[in-house]
Ligand binder design. Structure first.
Ligand SMILES: NC(=O)c1ccc[n+]([C@@H]2O[C@H](COP(=O)([O-])OP(=O)(O)OC[C@H]3O[C@@H](n4cnc5c(N)ncnc54)[C@H](O)[C@@H]3O)[C@@H](O)[C@H]2O)c1
Ligand SMILES: [Zn+2]
Ligand SMILES: [Zn+2]
Length: 366
């Protein structure tokens, strides 16, 4: 088969690799029909995630068709369409029993494209199939459910639920990339009275308004703290969600939150951020962090099924799976291409112009 293989910092290739085989009776082999690329894949390619070893197939988000199951698998069978999520659950360890699949110590957690071969491939071995994949309901397309593999549950669980968003709240979301936009989309399930998006890029702030933000602040140009204080009568926001992953954005969140409010950190941080306890200790602030558990995936899928949640605006670009390298170029150049999520399908899609495919790729869907 062919797959997108990581070959060390800055190097990747769509190339021939051995077909995956069942290694454990709890495994399934899934033919990948649709997959996408995550910002985390770009971090891996920069060499920021050293536990990913050269030779690993990348990718942790996909929808596919089961082609083979191990002897112990009882709930899915060949022919089933399944969502393969970024988080795998062994179903048996302490953390899985508590619903913290992201912390699984029994061989699950974030493993695809990390500690085992991933999903940007024609086929993949899926461990713990019974407790980790989700059957796709009839009537939903691959693209309807694809973003349930990572960004939607991440934003909902680590941003909105950890942040304790309540009806009537004022919510600030710092960072309007796919995660920040998914936080806007899922925060609206709780009817906040005002959502303000904060980002350095005007193009991303325009997207934030399309996704339902009520106002925006460009914190590269304007004083975000002063504007938030003006917006909230000097109190600060009820909930501040950090969806960037740099010290400045975390520190901004702790400065704009009201006394008794919540800071929900979603961003993956590579550097220390300063926690200003000298001003925060008296303010009753709750700060949460976390890796997604994906315990809300089925709940979010029902909302999509009932058309209460529409993830289609995330899909800005479409490619054939065999064109994975071009898809990486387009996704990696988001500042120029305005890419949010790129959708790669195993079926042939209309061919891109041969010359300069990156510039020619047309946004679709938004
Ligand atoms: N906790 C989890 O389980 C989990 C899962 C997936 C992703 N993440 C993390 O969430 C974060 C966001 O992911 P994404 O895919 O949306 O990233 P992204 O890079 O696409 O978007 C980040 C946005 O932040 C903006 N930004 C950069 N610096 C800023 C600053 N100082 N102030 C305000 N805005 C700033 C950028 O312009 C961009 O729009 C990343 O750190 C990612 O690794 C966490
Ligand atoms: Zn991801
Ligand atoms: Zn477990």
């Amino acid at each position: 088969m062919k797959a997108l293989v990581y070959h060390g910092p800055g190097q990747r290739a769509w190339e021939v690799v051995p077909d995956p085989v069942l290694l454990e009776p709890t495994d399934a082999i899934v033919k990948i029909d649709t997959t996408t690329i995550c910002g985390t894949d770009l971090h891996i390619l920069k060499g920021d995630v050293p536990e990913v070893t050269p030779g690993t197939i990348l990718g942790h988000e996909a929808v596919g068709t089961v082609v083979e199951v191990g002897a112990a698998v009882t709930t899915v069978e060949p022919g089933d369409r399944v969502l393969v999520s970024c988080i795998t659950s062994c179903g048996r360890c302490r953390f899985c029993k508590e619903g913290h699949y992201g912390l699984c110590t029994g061989g699950g957690g974030w493993i695809f494209g990390h500690t085992i071969n991933g999903l940007q491939a024609e086929y993949a071995r899926v461990p713990f199939a019974d407790t980790s994949v989700y059957k796709v309901p009839d009537g939903l397309t691959d693209e309807d459910v694809l973003f349930l593999a990572d960004i939607l549950p991440t934003a909902f669980e680590v941003g909105v639920l950890n942040g304790g968003v309540q009806p009537g709240d004022t919510v600030a979301i710092v960072g309007a990339g796919p995660i920040g936009l998914a936080t806007i989309m899922t925060a609206k399930l709780f009817t906040p009275s005002h959502i303000v998006a904060i980002d350095l890029a005007d193009a991303r702030l325009e997207k934030a308004l399309e996704f339902g933000a009520d106002s925006t602040i460009n914190n590269g140009r304007d004083d975000a703290l002063a504007m938030i204080m003006e917006l909230t009568g000097g109190l600060g926001v009820d909930v501040a969600v950090e969806a960037v992953g740099v010290p400045e954005s975390f520190e901004l969140c702790t400065s704009i939150v009201r006394p008794g409010g919540h800071v929900a950190n979603v961003g993956v941080h590579g550097h220390s951020a300063t926690l200003h306890l000298e001003t925060l200790w008296i303010r009753d602030i709750t700060i949460t962090t976390g890796l997604v558990d994906t315990t809300t995936t089925a709940q979010l899928m029902r909302l999509i099924q009932e058309r209460r949640l529409d993830p289609s605006p995330f899909a800005t670009h479409h490619f054939s799976l065999t064109d994975a390298e071009t898809a990486y170029d387009v996704f990696g150049a988001a500042a120029e291409t305005n890419a949010l999520k790129v959708v790669l399908t195993a079926e042939p899609v209309p061919a891109l112009p041969v010359t300069d495919a990156v510039k020619q790729a047309e946004p679709v869907g938004v």
